[in-house]
Each structure stands twice: as C-alpha cells, then as structure tokens.
Design a protein. Structure first.
Length: 371
C-alpha cells in the first residue's frame, strides 16, 4: 500500500499530516508513505526527521500587499505554478500511490489535483473552521473531505462527501493529568494562567500580557506561565521597567514552552492565538480560554476558529485591534474569580473535543481502499 501525503508551510498543516502518517503506519505496518513539500519549508526537515520519504516541489503563495518585493515574489509564484503540473505528474508517476491525502498549504493544491486527475483516490483534511482556498479548490476532486469542526460544513458545496473527523492531537496532550502536571511544576492551589503567542512570539500578546504579569508579581493572585517567543526578548526588560518582579515565585516567564502538554494540562485558563491545532489541544484538555486571533492569516481563519469555541461557551475572544492590557486583565479576572464559570467553560471546551481523529481518518482510508 502506497500513500502520498502533501501539506506544508506551517505546523498547522504539517503536524496533522505527520499524525495521519503515524496512524497509517500503525494500522498498516507495511505501508509506504511519501510526503510532498517545498524544499525550503519546515516540512522538509520535519518529514525527514520523522523518517518518511520526501519529494520536494517548488510552490509559493501569492502576496496580497503590493510592494516591489512582493511583485517579484508573485512573478516567481506564477513561474512555479506554470511548472507545477509537469512536476506533480512526475512525482505521482514515480510514487504510483494507492491513496493521496492533502492537509493544506500551497504545495497541497497542484500535487493533489494532479493525483486525482491521474485516478488516485483523494482525501482532504481541513483543520480550520473556515476552509482554505486549497480545500475549496480540491473539494470537487476528493472522495472525502474531512473536517476538524462542524462549522466548516456550510462553507463547502453541498453534495460532497463531508465527514467530521477532528484534528489529530498528540498522544501526550491527551494523556497528561492536571494534578500530576501541577505537582511536577510545583504549582500551588492558586489559579494558573498559561499564555503564549507561538514559538516566534506575538508582540501584541506580549505587550497586552505585561500589565497582568506585573500585577501578578506584586499581588500573587495567580500563578502564571508565559512564553514570549523568539522575537519577544523585549518583554523581560519591559516588565522590569514597569516595576515587575521577575523573581516572584508565582511567575514562570520563558522564551519557549518546550513542555506544552504538561503546562497546558496544569492550567486553569489559557490565553493564546486561535490556530486550529492549538484549539484542538485545548479542547482535548478541556481548558477555558481567552483567544486573540492573529489578523495576519489567510481569510481571517483564526477568528472563525475562535468563534466556533465562543459559540459553544468554551472561550472568550479579543480582536487584536481591541487588545489592551486593561481589557485583558478584566477578562482574566472575570473568568478566574468565578470558579463556576471556569468549570462551565472547561466542560464546554472538553465537549468539543474529538480525541480519536486519527482513527476516524484511517477508517475512511480503509473504506476507500476496501481494506
């Protein structure tokens, strides 16, 4: 059994692809899996590290903001697009897959479309509440479109075979116990806030969180773990300038949170962006959250992801344009000072979780292949 998988550009497309590959290998140990991705994207490194075959393909997205640099990038993107059909055909012929699975990103479009045109059954996985351009483009070619959240269904054409599978979530996220996590972290009975803006950091979240961090260092009301990211090194000096005590025992401020399953399990409230995989992990852990969607993503899909949780009573949302330190403190206090509200939001979050996404996806693959 040979499977061709394409997804790239961001961890939100790559990690689900790797989780699906792992599920396929667990179910069919003799399967041969080949990934297609851009040669310079993060997928090239991650896929090779995971031990799968990798076929590079040059594809680039179009830049929407007009500038001389972006015009050059768009010309290059057009050149790659013109050549993508023949490049995709060569890869499909070489791999000769029994099944093709796309998880989004620019590279997924041409290779998945060509595979379908060459008679390969196609499955598409959409991680977000608002389907991306690639998913919409490929949907008419796919045997099955798999959704992470039900909110995406009305945004796709009727008459398609659409299944709710959820997003694959790491096993360690599913299994970490809250009390064990708090014990390992040395966290006491005070509420624990976890906040982060991703591995690179989000400047507005770092700035918005500064008021609460400084206040917590003085009043000790909450425990707080905050990840400021690679580009957030300005935060510790800023907190000192604001009179904050970085040595306060209830604060844990770090560049990168490399034990996310543990700290997420320990948290009572999470403040973060609204990336699809992050939200699936928060739901799996049953966490109340305040979401600050990134405005710098295609089709504003993080806002739609966030609203899917807000509409279920699992989250509050702050649009980045409205974000201030004072507003963030008000919302954190409004939730954490009402234990019943925390519990209700956590339960609503947990009720949204789909913890067997990989099993659902491999069941669909088995159905399509008759295995």
């Amino acid at each position: 059994m040979k499977v061709l998988i394409a997804g790239g550009g961001t961890a939100g497309h790559i990690n689900p692809a790797l989780a699906i590959a792992e599920g396929i290998m667990k179910r069919w140990p003799d399967a041969e899996i080949t990934f297609v991705g851009t040669p310079t994207g993060m997928e090239a490194d991650l896929v090779k590290r995971a031990g799968y075959d990798f076929e590079p393909m040059k594809v680039a997205g179009f830049q929407r903001k007009l500038s001389l640099e972006n015009i050059k990038r768009n010309i290059q993107a057009v050149w790659y697009l013109v050549r993508s059909g023949s490049a995709a055909k060569k890869i499909v012929k070489k791999v000769n897959p029994d099944l093709a699975i796309g998880t989004g990103g620019y590279v997924s479009g041409p290779i998945m479309r060509k595979a379908a045109q060459m008679g390969v059954p196609l499955m598409i996985h959409e991680q977000n509440a608002f389907p991306g351009v690639t998913t919409k483009m490929l949907s008419k070619h796919a045997k099955v479109i798999m959704l992470a959240v039900e909110d995406a269904r009305p945004r796709l054409d009727s008459g398609l075979d659409i299944r709710l599978t959820g997003n694959p979530v790491r096993a360690d996220v599913l299994s970490y116990d809250k009390s064990k996590a708090r014990e390992e972290l040395g966290v006491d009975d005070r509420p624990l806030v976890l906040s982060f803006g991703g591995s690179l950091g989000a400047r507005r979240i770092n700035e918005g969180m500064s008021n609460l961090l400084v206040r917590s260092s003085k009043d000790g009301k909450y425990n707080h773990i905050h990840g400021y990211g690679r580009y957030g090194s300005f935060l510790p000096p800023l907190l000192k300038d604001m009179g904050g005590d970085l040595d306060a025992g209830n604060l844990d401020i770090r560049e990168y949170i490399n034990d996310m399953p543990r700290v997420m399990a320990a948290a009572d409230l999470v403040v973060s962006r609204a990336g699809a995989i992050t939200l699936s992990e928060l739901q799996a852990q049953g966490k109340a959250c305040i979401l600050i969607p990134s405005p710098n993503v295609a089709e504003n899909h993080q806002y739609h992801n966030a609203m899917a949780m807000v509409n279920k009573g699992a989250a509050d949302v702050i649009v980045e344009a409205d974000l201030t330190g004072e507003l963030l403190m008000q919302k954190v206090d409004a939730i954490l000072q009402d234990p019943e509200k925390v519990q209700k939001m956590a339960l609503a979050s947990r009720n949204m979780a789909i913890t067997d996404a990989v099993e659902r996806i491999t069941d669909i693959a088995a159905e399509i292949l008759g295995k």
